[in-house]
Design a binder for this molecule. Sequence first.
Ligand SMILES: *Cc1c(COP(=O)(O)O)cnc(C)c1O
Ligand code: SF4
Length: 329
Amino acid sequence: MLQQWQQELTQCVRTLDQLEKYLPLGQRNVLQKVMGNMRLSITSHTLRLIDFHNPEDPLLLMSVPNERELTITPEELIDPIGDEAKSPVPFLTHRYPDRVLIYVTFFCSLYCRFCFRRFKTGQATPGPSDQDRVCIVRYLQDHPEVEEVILTGGDPLTLMDDQLETWFTTLRTLATVKRIRIHTRVPVNLPSRITSDLVTLFRRFMDHQHPIYVVTHFNHPREIAPENVEAIARLVDAGIVVRNQGVLLKGVNDTAETLSRLYRDLVNIRVVPYYLHQLDLAKGTGHFRVPIERGIALMRELQGNLTGIAIPKYVLDIPGGQGKIPLQY
Ligand SMILES: *Cc1c(COP(=O)(O)O)cnc(C)c1O
Ligand code: SF4
């Protein structure tokens, strides 16, 4: 029998016909083309939060395909932060000495229209096979300096519990791996996925010297609905540290009021703001881009007005794989 979250995944809006029940669509052929670049999926949870009467609704902008995604500027790239250049074995990126990224799936519950991995997540790219996992383990055995493994994608928490268990079991066989970190937007878009079974599974693979960190991705205060608060509470109550990395997005969160509300609401539910990312130069995301000077000015406004524990680092990922740098303010 399907669990509630799995059922919810089967009920996502994935076609223009389904989307049309919520808002009138002009230019269907153009939108069809947009969806050729990145799939459409909106969970029923997020559908309930979107204000479909307002074409500029921030939650709508983040999830509904837009013809502006077809506008590609010369500086925009398929792989904007050079993940492929730093990939010694398939499905793994090793850019910093002490930590690696593993792409455990390219599936997401909701496809964010600004996604920087959109040309992977948006296509039906398969995730790692058992053989790929063997190669990843061999790489980690050869690289004992890697203390932290970050499961990313796609969204790792769209995997089934037994698939996650396989990854955790595999990683815990490596004495050099101390920390597991999970990058996920499921607490935002599919909070029903944070079941007590999932939390119990996490706990089985944690102890006082082997934590699990969850880094989630809220961008707007209206994404924090009662179901989201509950999902976060289940994680934090279980001893999982939850932090938030968001993206600065035009029309979504590019005012000091919205950002302070977001960060206050997050610390109030025990989520610690971690990064505010300058939007990467992914193809077709120009309509979301906020100039860096504006981002710096926003951070200046927050500093002093907002408790220090609620202020994230504003960072830029340098194109070509050089890594993240903090933007001074
Ligand atoms: C962003 C990133 C990380 C994580 O960096 P933190 O600063 O620890 O959050 C790890 N590996 C790669 C390749 C990254 O791009
Ligand atoms: S959840 Fe993450 S990987 Fe998936 S579409 Fe959104 S930003 Fe991209």
